[in-house]
Structure formats: C-alpha cells, structure tokens
Ligand binder design. Structure first.
Ligand SMILES: Cc1ncc(COP(=O)(O)O)c(C=O)c1O
Length: 420
C-alpha cells in the first residue's frame, strides 16, 4: 500500500477502485493517472492542520494545472496560486473566483499584469521595485487598484534540493529585507497599490519547519510597524513522501510550528506538491531489457520528456510493477530509462525490480506534481494523456487526450518551405 488511493488490490496496482492496467489497456502508455479522491483528501488535511487560524489555501497551479484537477480543488473551496497569465486563465476557466487568485512570479510581463488587473485578481505578490512601479502605473491606467503582498527574500537556506530552494540571498526570488523596508516606508509613492500583505516562499519539498519559522519571523518583524498589513502568505513547500519510509514534516508539524507566530493574522498558503504529488502515477510499458557495461537497462516507453524530475533534480520516484510481485520474488538492480536521446533520460537508477519483460507495465509513483506540467515534446514525442479517477473512486475519464504527431505539426506555419 502506497497510500489510501494508490495500492495493490488483489495483486493489481489500483487507483482507488480502478485497476491502472485497465486504464493503460484503454489509453495506451505512457499515461498519467490521478486520484481526485486523494487530491481532495490532501487538501482537506492541509486545511484541517491550519484550522483555528484565519487560513486560506491557494492551490499552486504550477504543480499540476489539469483543468479537471483545478476544477475539483476549486469546487472544494481552494483558491489558486498562479504564476503566469496562462495559469490565471486556467484558474478562471476552472471556476475560481478572481479574488481567490494570487498572482506570483519573478518576471510578470506588462501584458500579464494588465490581464490580471482587468480580471480583478485578488493578490499580487510582487518581488521587484520595477514591478511595483509598473503595477502602480497599470493599476492607474486600468482604474483597478491592486492589493499587494511584498515577497520577502529572507536570506534563509531551506533544507531541500538546491534547485528548488528559493529563499537564500543568492536566489533570484523576492526582495531583500532592506528593500521591503524601503518600499513600505515609501508606499504613498504608489497611490494605486494597497500594501496589505507580506509573502515568503523559501523552497519546495521542505525537510524541516525551522527555516520556514525563521522566514516568518523575519517577515513579521518587517511588517510590525504597519498595522494595515494583516496578511502573511507563507507560500508552499509542504513536502510529499517519495519513498514509503521517508519521514518528512507533516502539514500538522508546519501548522504547530507557525501557529504561535501567526495568531491574529490572515494566513495564505500556496501548497502544490503536497496536494497532488502522491495522487498521481505515470504508467509506462517496458520495451526492451539489455545488459551492457555490467548494468541491466530496462528501456520503457516513458522518458524524461514525460517526467523530467529525475533528470532535472535527481528526484527519486518509486517504480513498481503493475502486477504485484510474489512475496520473496527474486529481484535484481536495473536502470529504468526512456527512449530519449540523452544520457540523463533515466526514470530510476539501480532499482531492485523483479523480472520485468518487454510488454510488462510499470508505474512511476508520486508523479502527480511537476510531472505532466513539465512534459515536453522533445524528440517529437506527443505528450501523454491525463486520466482522472473520480471522487467516488469507481469511474475514470480521459481529461486530456494524448497528443498526436499532427498536433505537434499543427502550430507551425503550414506551407512554408525555405527557399532553395
Ligand atoms: C511562490 C511559490 N508558491 C508556491 C509554490 C508551490 O510549492 P510546492 O509545490 O512545493 O507546495 C511554489 C513552487 O515553487 C512557488 O514558487
């Protein structure tokens, strides 16, 4: 059992009550499958952990922007954290009320800011003095005053992979404390902005609560002289467990560490991974097995184009057969790789798997977050379909079909041939 939704049932890996192999048979592989039930349970757990505070959850759409998933989370009361005009557009399509959308991001374009203003987005998390000036100007032009949370870069090293740490001084994110102080001291220079919040996000997959606590303390010190600032956005970063024995801090641990500091404030959270990572799997088919240079390679039809996290961050994902191996079955180490022309195209190294043969199905677990959204068409690979197993756990739907080779060609100017 991997979690309440992803588990072997009668020897078959299932997503709630649906056998993953049945979905693979109908849709082909690679295919992403998400449990709506698990995503909603994760949302409920974060909500419950922060109950008793005036806390609002803005699901971070960058983790998984599937419209079906967004719709389910929005219908369950989540707001959305968007980092681009495209994500705002999706959040609105999914039924999010504009005032429940927070717009974050280190490089928002003028067109995106204007779009967000025109659509009455609730919060602008700003991270750059030029952006503040631009937003003030655009707010004046559109006649829509903007509510702002300054994103503090607290210069705190988060305990996580360096590529997903965002709160240290050398990171491109946020405003250093002295700049936050300066902007707040001169806030009347920006008559079309309402400075009502402070924002931090020190990284993703945070291994401890202490760094976040330190960042919140730093943020609270900066806003102490400004009673109009009553909202603290503590960002995302709540971790997911990528291995069964991983002990990571829970939402309850984060809430317990932060509650004493944040009493009396309105608290916004932007969880992404903790909501959707363990609700999703990527199912792939083994194509070939070969022995080379003392290693066994299992080549699958899934690759770094569908799931780039192992190549990008050295991320670890459990890989399991769809058919539950017999107790005590012999296992040997294999490198599970894809067909893409990159040595980095690895889904998992040295995995102890039973005898997997061409045609056998495997699931890459905890693939719901930063999976499909980071997929590319590299090597002209059509992006895979997304399937959602419904909240009752019994039925499933293709919520995004598999791309075709024609889809890939369609966006190029037809008929253009370079002159000879
Ligand atoms: C500003 C901000 N908020 C929220 C998130 C979501 O983080 P996570 O998926 O770790 O919860 C991110 C991710 O990088 C982010 O940059």
């Amino acid at each position: 059992m991997f979690n309440d939704s992803i588990q072997y049932q009668n020897g078959a890996l299932s997503v709630d009550a649906v056998r993953a192999a049945d979905i693979a048979a109908a849709c082909g592989t690679p295919v992403y499958i998400y449990s709506q039930r698990r995503a909603l349970a994760n949302l409920g757990r974060v909500r419950q952990a922060f109950a008793g505070m005036n806390a609002h959850i803005h699901y971070s759409a960058k983790a998984n922007a599937s419209l079906a998933i967004l719709r389910a989370l929005v219908a369950a009361g989540a707001g959305v954290d968007a980092v681009s005009g495209g994500e705002i557009h999706r959040a609105l399509l999914a039924g999010a009320r504009p005032e429940t959308i927070v717009f974050a991001g280190v490089g928002k374009t003028p067109a995106e800011l204007r779009y967000a203003l025109e659509h009455n987005v609730g919060w602008f998390n700003v991270e750059n003095p030029d952006e503040i000036r631009l937003l003030d100007q655009l707010a004046a032009e559109t006649g829509r005053p903007a509510r702002v949370a300054l994103r503090l870069n607290p210069d705190i090293a988060a305990s996580t992979h360096p590529h997903i740490a965002t709160g240290h001084g050398g990171a491109k994110f946020g405003l250093p404390a002295d700049m936050v102080r300066d902007v707040l001291a001169h806030q009347t220079d920006y008559p079309h902005l309402r400075f009502e919040g402070i924002h931090i996000h020190i990284g993703s997959q945070l291994h401890d609560t202490q760094a976040t606590r330190g960042a919140v303390e730093a943020a609270l010190n900066l806003i102490a002289p400004y009673p109009a600032i009553q909202t603290v956005n503590i960002g995302g970063g709540l971790p997911a467990a990528y291995t069964p024995d991983e002990t990571m801090p829970s939402p309850e641990d984060f809430a317990a560490a932060l509650k004493p500091l944040l009493a009396g404030y309105t608290v916004l959270l932007e969880p992404g991974r903790s909501i959707i990572a363990d609700a999703g799997i990527l199912v792939v088919t083994a194509l070939y097995r070969k022995q080379q240079a003392g290693q066994t390679f299992l080549i699958t039809d899934g690759s770094m184009a569908e799931l780039i996290r192992p190549a990008l961050y050295d991320a670890y994902h459990e890989i399991v057969p769809l058919l539950q191996p017999a107790e005590g079955a012999a296992r040997c180490p294999v490198d599970v790789v894809g067909p893409v022309c990159e040595t980095a195209d690895v889904l998992g190294r040295s995995r102890l798997l039973p005898d997997i043969r061409p045609g056998d199905l495997l699931a890459v677990l905890t693939a719901g977050a930063y999976g499909w959204v980071m997929a590319s068409n590299y090597n002209q690979r059509p992006r895979p379909p997304e399937v959602v197993v419904s909240g009752d756990g019994q039925t499933w739907q293709i919520t995004r079909r598999r791309e075709t080779w024609d889809d890939l060609a369609r966006l190029e100017e037809s008929g253009y041939h370079p002159p000879a």
